[in-house]
Design a protein around this ligand. Structure first.
Ligand code: ATP
Ligand code: MG
Length: 452
C-alpha cells in the first residue's frame, strides 16, 4: 500500500532526517510499520509548527515588554541610574542624560561618580555602597551640569539583584531639589522679614501705646495742676490784701479807717475762701500724686522674674490685701482648684488680681448682700480665673472703654482709671487675655486666662 505524503518541500527534508527502521518486506507488518512512521512524522511536524508559533508569540511579547519598559524609563521625570557596585553606569534614563548633557553612548560604562560634585563624591560612594545592604538609603547629592553649574538631587539608592537575589549593583533615583532649596531659602527669608516687620509693628504699637499713655498722663495732670496753679495765684492775691490789712493794723490805723480797709480789701470773703481754696489745692496735689504712684507701680512691675506660681495661694493673698485696704464688708466666696503656672511673674499677676478684686469690691460697696465670687480652674487654654460680683455691672457703652488708660467712672480721688489698663498689659505680656461680661443675673464678671 502506498501513502501520499503531502507537505512543503522543507518538511520533506525534515522527514528525510527521521530515522526509519529498515523495511524487512512488503508484507502486512511492514506496511503497518510505514504507516506508523508516517504518522509519527505528521506529529513531529505539527509539533514543530506549534513551537514556531509559540516562539513568535513570545518574541512579540518580549518586544512589547521591552518597548514598554523603555517608554516608562524615558518618561520617568526623576533621574534614574543603574550602576554596578563600583559605580559603573549600566543604564540611565533621558532625564539623567539631560542633566549631564551627554549621549547615552558616552555615559554607559563611565563612572557615576564622574558626574558628582567633588565635595559630594564620598557621600555618593557611601550611598551606592550602602544600598547593597538591601536598605533604601538617601542623601542630597549635587551633580555637575556641562556648564559647571550644580543640580542637587535628593538621591535614593536601592540594591540591584540578579534572578537569584545576588547583589551586583545599585539603582539610584534622584529628584532635583535645587528649586526646592531655593524656594525654601526664599521662604526662610520671607519668614525672617515677616518676623522683623512684626517686631517693628510691635515696637510701633508699643510706641503708639506709650504715646497714648503720655497724652493721657498730660491730660490727666493738666486738670489738677491748672487748678492748683489758679488756687495758688488767688492765695497770693489774698496774701497781698491780708499783708496790706495787717500792716495798716500794726501801723496804728484808726478803727473806722481799719474797718473801711477791711471792706475795701474784702478781708471777710478772703478768710471764708481760704479753706476751700486750700482743700482744692490739696485735692489737686493728691490727684497728681495718685497718678504718679500708679505710673511708678506700672514701671516697677515690668522687670519681674518668671518662675512657677501657685495661683490658688496668690488669689487668696490678693483678696486679703484688697479687702484689708478697702476695709470691705463684702462676702467673698472661693471656688478653686490647685493650679500652678510654670513660668509667670508673681508680682505682676498679684497686681492684676488686686486690681480686679478692688474693682469688684468698689462695685458691691453700699449694696445689700455684697458678694464677690472667685473661681479658679484649669481650662483648655490654661489657667482660668473668674472674678464675679453682684454690683451694678458695666454700662454697655462703657464696655469697650474700660481697658483704656485713664477711663474711670469713679469720683476724683477714688480712681485713676489705670487699674484695668495695667492689668490688661500684664496679662497680654503673659500671653493671656482678660475678658469682661455683664452677668444675666446682674453684676460684672472678669475672666483672666493665662496659658500654662
Ligand atoms: N467690677 C466692676 N463693676 C462695674 N464697673 C467696673 C468693674 N470693674 C471696672 N469697672 C469700670 O471700669 C472702670 C475702669 O476700671 P479701672 O480699674 O481701670 O480704673 P478705676 O478702678 O476707675 O481706677 P484705678 O483702678 O486706677 O484706681 C471703672 O471706673 C468702672 O467704671
Ligand atoms: Mg480699678
Amino acid at each position: 500500500m502506498t501513502r501520499l505524503i503531502e507537505g512543503h518541500p522543507e518538511d520533506m527534508a525534515l522527514i528525510s532526517k527521521v530515522s526509519v527502521p529498515a523495511i524487512p518486506s512488503l508484507d502486512d507488518a511492514g506496511e503497518s510499520l510505514w504507516v506508523d512512521v508516517i504518522h509519527r512524522m505528521d506529529e513531529v511536524y505539527a509539533e514543530l509548527l506549534r513551537n514556531e508559533a509559540d516562539l513568535e508569540r513570545k518574541n512579540a511579547d518580549l518586544e512589547e515588554a521591552q518597548s514598554f519598559i523603555s517608554s516608562v524609563f524615558a518618561s520617568v521625570s526623576d533621574i534614574l541610574i543603574v550602576c554596578s557596585s563600583s559605580g559603573t553606569i549600566k543604564k540611565v534614563n533621558p532625564a539623567f542624560l539631560n542633566l549631564v548633557g551627554r549621549t547615552e553612548g558616552a555615559v554607559i560604562g563611565s563612572s557615576v561618580f564622574d558626574y558628582v560634585k567633588p565635595d559630594d563624591q564620598p557621600e555618593a560612594r557611601r550611598i551606592v555602597g550602602a544600598g547593597q545592604g538591601g536598605r533604601v538609603v538617601e542623601a542630597d547629592i549635587c551633580f555637575l551640569r556641562p556648564d559647571g553649574s550644580e543640580e542637587c538631587l535628593a538621591l535614593r539608592s536601592t540594591k540591584l539583584a540578579d534572578g537569584s537575589s545576588r547583589q551586583f549593583g545599585a539603582v539610584l533615583t534622584g529628584r532635583p531639589i535645587s528649586e526646592l532649596r531655593r524656594a525654601y531659602q526664599a521662604l526662610h527669608e520671607a519668614h525672617r522679614e515677616l518676623q522683623t516687620a512684626q517686631r517693628r509693628l510691635i515696637e510701633q504699637e508699643k510706641m503708639a501705646s506709650l504715646g497714648r499713655l503720655v497724652a493721657g498722663v498730660a491730660h490727666e495732670l493738666n486738670n489738677p495742676i491748672s487748678f492748683v496753679y489758679a488756687n495758688i495765684y488767688t492765695l497770693d492775691r489774698y496774701r497781698k490784701s491780708l499783708v496790706r490789712y495787717l500792716d495798716a493794723l500794726h501801723g496804728g490805723a484808726a478803727e473806722d479807717e481799719a474797718e473801711k480797709l477791711r471792706r475795701e480789701l474784702k478781708i471777710d470773703a478772703i478768710l471764708a475762701d481760704i479753706d476751700p481754696l486750700l482743700d482744692g489745692t490739696i485735692e489737686g496735689a493728691s490727684r497728681v500724686s495718685d497718678i504718679v504712684k500708679n505710673l511708678r507701680r506700672l514701671s516697677f512691675t515690668r522687670a519681674g522674674e518668671r518662675q512657677p506660681v501657685d495661683l490658688e495661694r496668690l488669689l487668696r493673698n490678693s483678696v486679703q490685701l484688697a479687702a484689708k485696704a478697702k476695709n470691705a464688708s463684702a462676702q467673698i466666696v472661693f471656688d478653686t482648684v490647685p493650679v500652678t503656672l510654670p513660668n509667670a511673674d508673681e508680682g505682676q499677676l498679684h497686681q492684676v488680681f488686686v486690681n480686679l478684686i478692688d474693682n469688684a469690691l468698689d462695685a458691691v460697696s453700699g449694696r445689700t448682700n455684697p458678694l464677690v465670687e472667685i473661681a479658679l480652674r484649669k481650662g483648655k487654654a490654661g489657667a482660668e480665673v473668674s472674678i464675679r460680683d453682684n454690683g451694678p455691672g458695666i454700662a454697655v457703652e462703657n464696655l469697650g472703654k474700660i481697658f483704656e488708660p485713664f477711663f474711670t467712672t469713679k469720683q476724683i480721688g477714688e480712681g485713676t482709671g489705670l487699674g484695668l489698663w495695667i492689668s490688661f498689659t500684664i496679662v497680654e505680656d503673659h500671653g493671656g487675655r482678660i475678658e469682661v461680661a455683664n452677668r444675666p443675673e446682674g453684676g460684672a464678671e472678669f475672666t483672666v486666662v493665662v496659658p500654662g
